[in-house]
Design a protein around this ligand. Sequence first.
Ligand code: NAD
Ligand code: LMR
Length: 336
Amino acid sequence: VLGCEKQEPLRVLVTGAAGQIGYALVPMIARGAMLGPNQPVILHMLDIPPAAGALNGVKMELIDAAFPLLKGVVATTDVVEACSGVNIAIMVGGFPRKEGMERKDVMSKNVSIYKAQASALEQHAAPDCKVLVVANPANTNALILKEFAPSIPAKNITCLTRLDHNRALGQISERLNVQVSDVKNVIIWGNHSSTQYPDVNHATVITKDGEKPVRELIADDKWLNGEFITTVQQRGAAIIKARKLSSALSAASSACDHIHDWVLGTPKGTWVSMGVYSDGAYDIQPGLIYSFPVTCENGEWSIVQGLKIDEFSRGKMNATANELAEEKSLAYSCLA
Ligand code: NAD
Ligand code: LMR
């Protein structure tokens, strides 16, 4: 690709890189799905010593795949080496939940990892490093990372709810039998958990007669206010039940979408959902990492302002905020 060689490589950290999401994610990054087809990358992969052999195997496969954009691979169990100079950090390392567990059940194991890795990132990553936390409980891990890395700007620390956003687009496209790329502007509010609120009140579909509200095309409030919401809320559990493993390819692909849009911008007239530090927008208490609708430009996200919130939505947005406040205190009690 002409022009490809002119760009300096960006260093992308993937923690938990020997795990299932890592295995799906690193080839996507090396192929340009995250940062575009002209952006060379150097992959930094971190895992823990028991996974060192598997991690090295992933490195061997990355070399074997001969990705033109891949300019180097660091595979290590040393968190300082892993974090050094990284421009993007995708934090996947941790323990996934099993059937019958809620995501907060993996809290005590995972938040302590995020406390420890916060300082390594703060001290060794590039100063403008953008961080995406994927490991569960994603919002609370991101909050702990933020609190223990106070010199990283809060706006640089986010968590993944794009998977939920994409799941919501998928459900609407299946129901209407339209292309998923013609559905836009769903919103995931709140926690990446079963209390999240998938909201279609502002969502539209591009049809041959122009852009139409989802609520006009699906005149079935019972479904939109009921089964649609619970299907998206419970989709992670449904995947675990079906695969006996948690989602991996869809999580990896959505992580690419999250960073892609954050760095390269959202298309005009389109927003996406990201878990970001609340500044009090939509009366969500500051001090939580909460999923909002955002647009991105010049590498910065901004919360979409001024959307009308009805009473049904308000109740659901508050319920998921309350759960996040509870998770925050639970996280601190685990760390004490
Ligand atoms: P996995 O068990 O296959 O992989 C996790 C990897 O993390 C393992 O290789 C493990 O050795 C490694 N690890 C553990 N502690 C570590 C540490 N301190 N430093 C670095 N690496 C460490 O799990 P997975 O299926 O890849 O899922 C990873 C996480 O992502 C889980 O917490 C899962 O629940 C979460 N997840 C989140 C979303 C989302 O949408 N936010 C979606 C899917 C999965
Ligand atoms: C998901 O949403 O698929 C992940 O968070 C995994 C899980 O535990 O549900």
